[in-house]
Design a protein around this ligand. Structure first.
Ligand code: SF4
Length: 487
């Protein structure tokens, strides 16, 4: 191997597979990327699922090759173990071939050979996982390690946790050896592509659908032209099509006059209203709102959906409600507020459901923004059949504000989004989520909740998170009240 050549890790090769420019920027200009709380959560989930896999596959003599002592030590220890008569599960075995470095999540002795399992926190096998395994297989074969098979271990989303610390059944295996062998010849080309991308020149790659697939690229705000007043990304829809318009030189939504017949219905509306520069307010919103009786309940939930369930009776990635906020508007204009948040770490769903039933009473519309609240309440009813009737009665009172807003209002500043975060500053400029410190969107609320219930979190931080969680959820329902008032 040429020693001057830097190692290429598997994750770098996957970046190059998605987009050579992405790999180049990760190496030379990482500061141009934006790491979202969703990406951070993805990493944390991967680590968590990896730890569970080690519990499930390990035995008393299994070994995890540590990385803390450095790469050379990890390579050396792996090589020694594979050359020895060690025949127990081996985790994070570290190998390199021709400058490509891999760490194998799980290595299991299988007769005279080994079988490899790549663990993913995904609920299905995706194309990118096959490339991932092909890279591993290529390195292992290059280093003379014979595999009897290679499998993907992924999340079984039908697994129901019994609450006993036993996650047997959480991970299911799919033997992908055949599919990986079909991809093996692609690996040398991918390595060459990645090495070229790491050079000095920035690869010339146009923006397009690949910017969000298979992963959301962290450089989108750098690569997509954002300097126009109403950038094309504000049209939403298929990113491949948007990328083609960018490549054709279009930058601002208002410039698309020559291609209006290619716009979808929603895009045509966004284009038309953006060209006017003013909000579009259609007849009917006022009537739809006026028809709602009092008291009006404005409801919002926060949920978590961990890959590794933490409470009995829950499934991987199933949303569990952990918090709600409700503003109550009386006919005389009076507004009251109630909320629920339990950070004890015990399953909060039962108390949450009972408090919700008590708060919402038996009459009056329950306003939500998107139908997510309906899904959450249905989930609670499934979990607690004895509460199903009361929860079902609440479902029959739900009124979704989202279609009312979407059908009657659009402002160019919303840039193609009718999310409450986009609508609020347009309709009610004095209110903005941007002013919320700390937790200010759903994913950071879920992460904040999980951090707050972690026994390792100190009391001061827990109090800070509690305040931020309450403020954020309260803001959501206050925003709904303000939107309805302005309509
Ligand atoms: S935003 Fe798109 S073009 Fe830019 S680096 Fe990422 S994937 Fe490549």
């Amino acid at each position: 191997m040429n020693r001057a050549r830097p190692y290429l890790s598997k994750s770098r090769l996957i970046s190059a597979w998605q987009c050579p420019k992405r790999l180049h920027l990760e190496k030379h200009n990482p500061e141009l990327g934006e790491t979202s709380s969703a990406t951070e959560a993805l990493f944390a989930t991967g680590n968590q699922v990896g730890a569970i896999a080690q519990d499930l596959y390990g035995d008393d003599d299994s070994i995890e090759v540590p990385y803390e002592k450095g790469l050379s030590a990890a390579l050396r220890q792996t090589s020694q173990l594979l050359a020895s008569d060690f025949r127990h599960p081996l985790f994070e075995a570290t190998l390199q071939h021709d400058g490509v470095l891999v760490r194998v999540d799980v290595f299991l002795p299988d007769g005279d050979n080994w079988r490899a399992i790549e663990i993913k926190a995904s609920a299905s096998v995706k194309d990118v996982h096959l490339i991932d395994c092909a890279i591993q297989y290529w390195v292992l074969r290059g280093e003379g390690v014979e595999l009897s098979s290679i499998s993907l271990g992924y999340i079984n989303n039908q697994f129901v946790y019994q609450g006993d610390g036993n996650y047997d059944g959480l991970i299911i295996e799919d033997d992908v050896t055949e599919r990986v062998l079909e991809r093996l010849d692609d690996v040398p080309n991918l390595i060459a592509k990645a090495r070229a991308a790491l050079g000095d020149g920035v690869p010339d790659v146009a923006v397009g659908a690949h910017c969000s697939s298979p992963y959301e690229c962290q450089f989108q705000s750098h690569c997509w032209p954002m300097d126009a007043e109403y950038p094309l990304t504000g049209l939403r829809g298929d990113k491949g099509k948007l990328g083609a318009w960018v490549a054709a030189g279009y930058r601002d939504i208002r410039d698309l006059g020559a291609v209006t017949d290619e716009l979808g219905k929603n895009q045509a509306r966004i284009y038309r209203v953006t060209c006017t520069g003013e909000a579009e307010v259609l007849d009917g919103a006022r009537e739809a709102i006026a028809a709602l009786a009092f008291p009006r309940y404005y409801l919002d939930f926060e949920t978590i959906a961990p890959a590794v369930p933490i409470w009995a009776g829950t499934r991987p990635y199933a949303a569990a409600a952990v918090q709600w906020s409700c503003h109550i508007e009386d006919e005389d204009g009076g507004i009251r507020h109630e909320e629920f948040l339990d950070l004890s770490g015990e399953p909060p769903m039962r108390a949450l459901a009972e408090c919700l039933i008590a708060c919402l009473g038996t009459a009056g519309p329950v306003l939500m923004y998107t139908s997510y609240e309906k899904t959450v309440i249905r989930g609670l009813a499934d979990l607690f059949p004895d509460l199903a009737e009361s929860l079902g009665a609440i479902i029959s009172r739900l009124v979704d504000l989202y279609p009312i807003v979407k059908n009657h209002y659009y402002h160019p500043k919303m840039l193609g989004s009718w999310s409450i975060k986009a609508v609020l500053p347009a309709l009610v400029p004095e209110m903005s989520y941007a002013g919320l410190e700390g937790i200010n969107e759903g994913m950071s609320a879920a992460n904040g909740y999980l951090e707050a219930i972690n026994p390792g979190t100190d009391m001061l931080r827990k109090l800070e998170l509690e305040e931020q969680l309450l403020r954020y959820c309260r803001f959501d329902t206050a925003a709904m009240v303000a939107i309805v008032a302005s309509l």
